[in-house]
Write a protein that binds this ligand. Sequence first.
Ligand SMILES: CC(C)(COP(=O)(O)OP(=O)(O)OC[C@H]1O[C@@H](n2cnc3c(N)ncnc32)[C@H](O[C@H]2O[C@H](COP(=O)(O)OP(=O)(O)OP(=O)(O)O)[C@@H](O)[C@H]2O)[C@@H]1O)[C@@H](O)C(=O)NCCC(=O)NCCS
Ligand SMILES: Nc1ncnc2[nH]cnc12
Length: 291
Amino acid sequence: MSTALPLALIPTAFSSPPSSHAIGCAATLALYDELALAPKPGLVSFVDNGSHDDMDAHTFMRSLIALRHYFVQIAELGEAHAPFKALEACGIAAEARMSEATGGVNTHRGAVFTLGLLCAAAGAARRDGEPARPATLRTALRRHWGDALQARSHRISTLPGGIAARRHGLRSASQEAALGFPVLFDTAVPTLFRSVRRGLSPEQARVDTLFAVMAVLDDSNLAHRGGIQGLRNAQQAARDFLAKGGAAGQGGMEAAHAVHRDFVALRLSPGGAADTLAAACWMQRICGVAE
Ligand SMILES: CC(C)(COP(=O)(O)OP(=O)(O)OC[C@H]1O[C@@H](n2cnc3c(N)ncnc32)[C@H](O[C@H]2O[C@H](COP(=O)(O)OP(=O)(O)OP(=O)(O)O)[C@@H](O)[C@H]2O)[C@@H]1O)[C@@H](O)C(=O)NCCC(=O)NCCS
Ligand SMILES: Nc1ncnc2[nH]cnc12
């Protein structure tokens, strides 16, 4: 059975700034875009559980359904130019709903943070009368919550103890946000939009986007499971895949399957890259791909 959504459910670019409801719905659909994609190295899809024993596609479906109101709510907070503390409280409550829906499994913690902030930025841009474009959304995020994100990232980076990112001097999700999501805006979105414009299928375009992100993101999940060497090997595997022509190259999809099998054998899972792909799919739904 096809896992693609019926066309009628897929909004394309909006001619006027999208409502908070449309912004939030696009986030839920973008999480589905990511889940439905296969192959994805080590990640859960409708085909298999990748490197995971504690979750499958049903767990992800329960999670994204539990989160659907959250994305609308945080877009509304953005539209009201709410302070960062209100976004944070909304995100923490959403994490709790996710946990309840999945029986305590961490499916979308990163997406709650990254996509939540992006929905807030889109809500703020609407209020500011700006069109939904990647650059205007990035500017809105920085203008309204950039200082708070930087202060928060600084606070987290100076905490004692040793999460993977701090131990290895890697850029965490919080730092990505404080910098205005450089991997999303400078790598993921340009790769996805360029691939679609080149005429790649949605599947090929998303596979290439995921690998382009894996090649450069300091994914804390890879570092957590495989150590710094696991992260670096995964980045190299992604670069090799792209250098050989990516998904649309000869044997491209089979090569992506082979990387998936390698990651499963090593129990590696690029969860941060998966979230970044979902964020790029959301951007395509909100902004379209026209220049
Ligand atoms: C802000 C927090 C979410 C934490 O942020 P922090 O910066 O401290 O932590 P990170 O570890 O860097 O990232 C947190 C999650 O974000 C994803 N991620 C990883 N690396 C990056 C990156 N470089 N850039 C962007 N995003 C990144 C990732 O989430 C995905 O993977 C999760 C699944 O992982 P998995 O390994 O399978 O499962 P685990 O249970 O974790 O491990 P195992 O035991 O199985 O091995 C899944 O969640 C994906 O989404 C990182 O996990 C947080 O501290 C916070 O404050 N939350 C409150 C909400 C809030 O403040 N919101 C603000 C307004 S929205
Ligand atoms: N499809 C997926 N599989 C595993 N971890 C993820 N984190 C976000 N999406 C994921």
